[in-house]
Unconditional design. Structure first.
Length: 313
């Protein structure tokens, strides 16, 4: 139904959650992973067949009919979160798009390379649109203010992930153990709107990601987070949009590229162009009638959240 209501713009995301969340439900990560795999299998079957029956460890039902069928066929785009090359390869085998963060850009590029390699083996090309980079962005009118806010963000996040048994010690030049992650300095993008816009572009280009998810001024007081959203929407998004327009004016080298969207403006990008989309608190920066993903939350413990999409081509 959502796919029809949005005119074919639904994108489905699934994730097992983090240990800090699961512990409140008395569920282990292993059990959550089993549940997630079973749910994804059911979802695959439901999207492919009109009538579905399932007998599993956690869920059982017979002759379930989904009405109506999704507008996008064979299914809407699918997303999941990952932290390792192994989980990236697993997602690629199911043709599910991936999002990740925490690790350094170098590690994330290796994770994305593993996804692209597995996608080639599975018979499809995984372009930038299949990949999303997620970072904590702290933005303020001045660099000094941003650094002050960012110190608090870093302390809160380090305290939060310290409870995650997948977290590895941050040892320089040491590869992360299988299945785990390291909280890298690259996770924190800090500065004025100009600074953060440039950093977002550089990191997305470095890893080959077509989507960028940001949590602005993470877990800060609501007033601070709302101010960050307004500033980001008013000053950072136009900079990203201008980068798209500048790219569109470059001479084309080979084949003509597919048009992409920069907020509410339609542009054509060059081989190295970018398209930017954003959902921010300012309605004038929100996309209209375009496919996008993201959410906003007023939960003080997490803060407002937004999505920006940077699509390298």
């Amino acid at each position: 139904m959502l796919d029809h209501l949005t005119g074919g713009r639904l994108e489905i995301g699934t994730a097992i959650g983090v240990p800090q969340e699961l512990s409140r439900l008395n569920i282990t990560v292993a059990e959550a992973r089993e549940r997630n795999e079973e749910i994804v299998a059911v979802l695959d079957a439901a999207l492919a067949n009109r009538v579905v029956s399932h007998r599993g460890k956690y869920f059982s039902f017979s002759d379930l009919r989904l009405l109506s069928r999704t507008l996008q066929q064979p299914s809407p785009p699918r997303w999941t979160t990952i932290v390792s090359a192994e989980s990236a390869r697993r997602a690629a085998r199911h043709r599910i798009k991936i999002s990740t963060g925490f690790n350094s850009t170098q590690v994330i590029k290796r994770i994305f390379d593993a996804y692209r390699e597995e996608a080639d083996a599975a018979g499809f090309h995984a372009g930038p649109d299949y990949l999303a980079l997620r970072r904590r962005v702290t933005v303020a009118p001045t660099s000094d203010e941003a650094r002050l806010y960012a110190q608090a963000v870093a302390e809160r996040l380090k305290s939060f992930v310290a409870e995650d048994d997948r977290l590895n010690a941050n040892v320089p030049d040491a590869p992360a153990p299988s299945g785990g992650f390291t909280l890298s300095g690259d996770e924190f993008i800090t500065g004025t709107p100009k600074d953060v816009a440039q950093n977002i572009i550089e990191q997305c280009r470095a890893v080959g990601a077509g989507n960028f998810l940001t949590v602005l001024n993470w877990s800060a007081p609501v007033d601070e987070v709302a101010q960050a959203h307004e500033l980001f929407g008013r000053e950072a998004i136009p900079r990203l949009r201008n980068r798209v327009l500048k790219s569109a004016r470059r001479p084309r080298r080979k084949a003509r590229m597919t048009p992409h969207v920069a907020t509410s403006h339609r542009v054509r990008s060059s081989q190295h162009g970018l398209s930017a989309r954003a959902c921010a608190r300012n309605p004038s920066t929100s996309p209209r009638g375009e496919k996008w993903m993201g959410f906003a939350s007023l939960n003080p413990s997490y803060g407002l959240r937004a999505l920006v999409t940077i699509r390298p081509r």
